[in-house]
Each structure stands twice: as structure tokens, then as C-alpha cells.
Design a protein around this ligand. Structure first.
Ligand code: AMP
Length: 144
């Protein structure tokens, strides 16, 4: 497996070197809007600790990472009135990974609504910012 590249785009986002639309952060994780969302409310949960994928990650990061995934999954479900939430994660290019810093996709889902393509079309940034606000509101007043 290739070494972790500290100049991958998510490492730069984590260091604040390039912009992102942030939804939530704590000492272990950062949550941002996916700029090519497969559905409205598609976010990415990034552990701050560097690893390419799940394969080379320190297992100690999984607890805080998936605690954030759960909190965010509930928030996107609430914010978008979703019936379900897709949680997915790719490891290496052959599995569909395109950015080589471990991240978990969290996507609100409604029955019968088709997913848009993975890494498809860039979203309107104003709309993404509005969606981020909806998720933050749900985080601030959880119904579960
Ligand atoms: P993957 O590595 O296959 O899990 O996918 C990487 C995801 O990151 C894709 O869904 C992209 O739309 C998304 N993405 C790529 N660049 C950025 C960025 N600068 N900010 C937010 N999301 C991004």
C-alpha cells in the first residue's frame, strides 16, 4: 500500500489550507459537506488522525469516528426528513476511493429516490451552505 500523502485534499482541509463547508468538529473528527453530493445532505466524516483508509488506520480512532458518524447520521436524517441513512466508505482505488485520507460518507436516503453518481457534479456552494445550516440546526436540537 502506498504511504499516506500529507498533501491530499482532506489533509489540506483539516489543516485549514483550503476551504470547506464545515458542519461539525471536535478534537477527533471534522464533518464537511461533500462538494459532489449523491443526495442533498451528503456529508463526509473525517478523522483528524492521518491514514489513507480503514486498512492502515489506528483502530483507536474508530470509536470517536463512529460516534461522530452516529451523531451526524441522526442529524442528517432529521434535517432532511429522510427514511434512512447510507453510511459508506471506500478503501483504495480499486474499491472506488478517490481521496486518500480515511473518510466516511453519510447520505440521507428516501425510498425510491435515486442516488446521484459518486464524484459526479459539483453542487452550488450557496445551496451546500444552506444544507450545512439545516444539519447544524438538527445537531443543536436533536429529536432522538
Ligand atoms: P471517495 O474517496 O471515493 O470516498 O470520495 C471522495 C469524496 O470526496 C467524493 O464524494 C467527492 O465528491 C468528495 N470531495 C472531493 N473533493 C472535495 C472537497 N474539496 N470538499 C468536499 N468534498 C470533496
Amino acid at each position: 500500500m502506498p504511504a499516506y500523502d500529507p498533501n491530499n485534499i482532506f489533509a489540506k482541509i483539516l489543516r485549514g489550507e483550503i476551504p470547506s463547508i464545515k458542519v461539525y468538529e471536535d478534537s477527533d473528527t471534522l464533518v464537511i459537506m461533500d462538494i459532489m453530493p449523491q443526495a442533498d445532505g451528503h456529508v463526509l466524516v473525517l478523522p483528524r488522525a492521518p491514514s489513507r483508509s480503514l486498512l492502515d488506520a489506528d483502530p483507536a480512532i474508530f470509536k470517536p469516528l463512529f460516534e461522530t458518524v452516529q451523531v451526524i447520521a441522526r442529524a442528517v436524517q432529521q434535517a432532511f426528513g429522510a427514511e434512512g441513512v447510507l453510511v459508506k466508505q471506500f478503501n483504495e482505488e480499486a474499491a472506488g476511493q478517490t481521496v486518500f485520507h480515511l473518510h466516511v460518507h453519510v447520505v440521507p436516503r428516501k425510498a425510491g429516490e435515486a442516488l446521484r453518481p459518486h464524484s459526479g457534479k459539483m453542487a452550488d456552494m450557496t445551496l451546500l451552505a444552506r444544507h450545512a445550516e439545516m444539519i447544524k440546526q438538527a445537531l443543536n436540537s436533536p429529536q432522538t
